[in-house]
Design a protein around this ligand. Structure first.
Ligand code: HEM
Length: 367
């Protein structure tokens, strides 16, 4: 376990966060893409990259960005050198589900995107624990993922990749590399202050991230999830809004007491989802928080004020588990920056870096 930093650098960091930082170096890579529909039709990496590029995600120097993606992948790969080939280097423990999304009456007022016009669209959803350790007990990993694809009537699709924290751990992809290197340089038993303690002490934004980690949820269906980066929506009148996605459980946010979390079985969150599905669909609200002038759209470590307008866009229903999820997840790859009419990624440089690292990661696990 990590030791806390010296008093001068001490910040209020939940114990679970320190536990995670101590035991969980990040991922190991592979690359993105392909999906779904009722037959789980795979899509080519080339198409995925094209879509990422058309989303405006590539910086002027695409070569530099590709190298950054490789460096991000490499550093995450070093978090668990024992990860078997063919597995995700991050969010490796996960399970695939099917669902639907039905837009509500306010969605079309913000965006002309096809899935926001009211007709129900099918979805593929993967819930996960972050990190590169396939056997991590759910109780030991405070960051959980909900990645999803909305399958559109014309055969195209759009994705959201969310975690249960509203901000990111570093302000830039480069700092994310340094963060991972600091984790790797701080194995249990390292002398204090460790490299990761020094990193955290020097980065207030990382302290904010750690302070926002929540207690273990009852299940994947009782946590809220955030896509974190700002997107831009355009409606039929040509009006634009900067927004941040959030997914809120209709059951409410339900967490476990520390003693209950400690006693929970290793796959508690996945088992809880199956238990709920046996009783019926698991429902979430898809919402966006709408920026006001001056809100940062290029820095995912800075939350917008709670007073910002939140618009409910409709209902996500998780309807069934996918049989043989371990096989089904292999050809799945998600990308956060694909553009649609009326919906595009915002100005956050993370979009380009993530497109690059997910491409490397997908190729690595689907050689
Ligand atoms: C520089 C920052 C980041 C890096 C380097 C990174 C890297 C990765 C990698 C390598 C994977 C495995 C991909 C695969 O094998 O298909 C992954 C998965 C994932 N990431 Fe990230 N990530 C970053 C930021 C984020 C952020 C900001 C979010 C949420 C807003 C996020 C959410 C997820 C989720 C939900 C998955 C699991 C996808 C699945 O279920 O297939 N990541 N990430």
């Amino acid at each position: 376990m990590l030791q806390r930093p010296p008093a001068a650098a001490r910040v209020p960091i939940p114990q679970a966060a320190w536990t995670r930082l101590a035991r969980c170096p990040p991922h190991r890579p592979n690359a993105p893409y392909n999906l779904r529909s009722s037959t789980m039709i795979g899509r080519s990496l080339a198409l995925a990259l094209l879509m990422a590029a058309s989303a405006g995600g590539w910086p002027a120097d695409a070569q530099d960005n590709a190298q950054l993606g490789q460096r991000l992948f490499d550093v995450m790969s070093r978090n668990n050198p024992a990860l078997p080939p063919g597995r995700r280097v991050n969010h490796v423990k996960g399970e695939v589900f099917r669902g639907t999304f039905t837009a509500g009456p306010d969605a079309a007022g913000l965006s002309t995107a096809p899935h926001l016009q009211g007709a129900a669209v099918p979805m593929v959803i993967r819930f996960s624990d972050s990190g590169g350790f396939p056997a991590v007990p759910d109780r030991d990993e405070p960051v959980h993922g909900m990645a999803m694809t909305f399958l559109l009537p014309d055969g195209s699709s759009t994705d959201l990749m969310c975690i249960n924290v509203p901000v990111f751990v570093t302000a830039t992809p480069e700092e994310f590399i340094t963060f991972n290197e600091a984790l790797q340089a701080s194995p249990p038993g390292s002398a204090s202050p460790t490299a990761i303690q020094r990193f955290v002490a020097a980065h207030p934004e990382t302290q904010r991230f750690l302070a926002l980690l929540k207690p273990m949820p009852q299940g994947f269906g009782t946590a809220s999830y955030f896509a974190i980066h700002a997107y831009r929506m355009t409606n039929a009148a040509g009006e634009t809004h900067d927004v941040r996605w959030r997914i809120v459980p209709e059951a409410g946010e339900l967490t476990r007491r520390p003693e209950d979390a400690a006693a929970s079985p290793p796959n508690a969150l996945f088992e809880e989802m199956h238990d709920r599905l046996a009783r019926g669909p698991v429902a979430f609200r898809l919402q966006v928080q709408v920026a006001e002038p001056g809100d940062r759209t290029d820095n995912a470590t800075i939350a917008w004020p709670d007073s910002r307008r939140v618009v409910d866009l409709g209902q996500i229903l998780v309807t069934s588990a996918v049989a043989n999820s371990a096989e089904a997840e292999k050809p799945l790859g998600f990308l956060p920056g694909k553009a649609l009419p009326g919906l595009e990624p915002g100005s956050d440089p993370f979009f380009a870096a993530r497109a690059a690292v997910y491409a490397v990661a997908f190729r690595n696990r689907n050689p």
